[in-house]
Ligand binder design. Structure first.
Ligand code: CA2
Length: 164
């Protein structure tokens, strides 16, 4: 715990827990409504709630956001360091396969980012086999359904705790 009156360590809340930003990209707000054989039947609010519980059990907290707009995701990534996050989980949806802007935003921020996918894009259509963000991320978790997010959160927190 920080001494009384001292500023919290970078990436931790005032209560001392590690703060993780969780971003989901285009169409993921429709999770649980279509294609359950690919994406499962969990909705995004349910996924976010489960992640918040998992984070609390691990002494961390999550701020989960979704946007259908590339520029908004870029802005959130760019502010993540100043906003006091220690790391980020990122499911950029179909922008994964198209966006150099997101690649640059991940690199510029300097915080560890884990690429997350519900499905396994490499086992699907050819256009999903390329990730333009993978080279800017520290790791990737894909193919475990909605559990990919939780698995990525646990691994990222372990990595952050090792480097403290
Ligand atoms: O597997 C993933 O998490 C993806 O990022 C999901 C993206 C897809 O474009 C990526 O290749 C892989 C698509 C998200 C669309 O999700 C929907 C789910 C249910 C209903 C409509 C959209």
């Amino acid at each position: 715990m920080s001494p009384r009156g001292a500023a919290p360590r970078r990436g931790t809340s005032s209560k001392g827990s590690t703060k993780i930003l969780v971003l989901s990209g285009p169409n993921l707000d429709r999770l649980g409504t279509r294609e359950p054989h690919i994406y499962g039947s969990t909705t995004l609010p349910q996924l976010h709630e489960g992640l918040a519980h998992a984070a609390a059990e691990l002494g961390a907290s999550v701020d989960c956001r979704q946007s259908n707009h590339e520029g908004e995701l870029v802005t959130w990534l760019g502010r993540a360091g100043d906003d006091g996050f220690a790391g980020r989980l990122l499911n950029t949806g179909a922008y994964t396969h198209t966006s150099y802007a997101l690649h640059d935003a991940i690199k510029a921020c300097g915080l560890p980012v884990v690429e997350v996918h519900i499905s396994n894009p490499e086992a699907r259509e050819a256009f999903r086999h390329v990730s333009l963000i993978a080279a800017a991320c520290i790791a990737k978790v894909a193919g475990f359904g909605p559990d990919s997010y939780r698995t990525a959160l646990e691994a990222l927190l372990r990595r952050l705790n090792q480097s403290r």
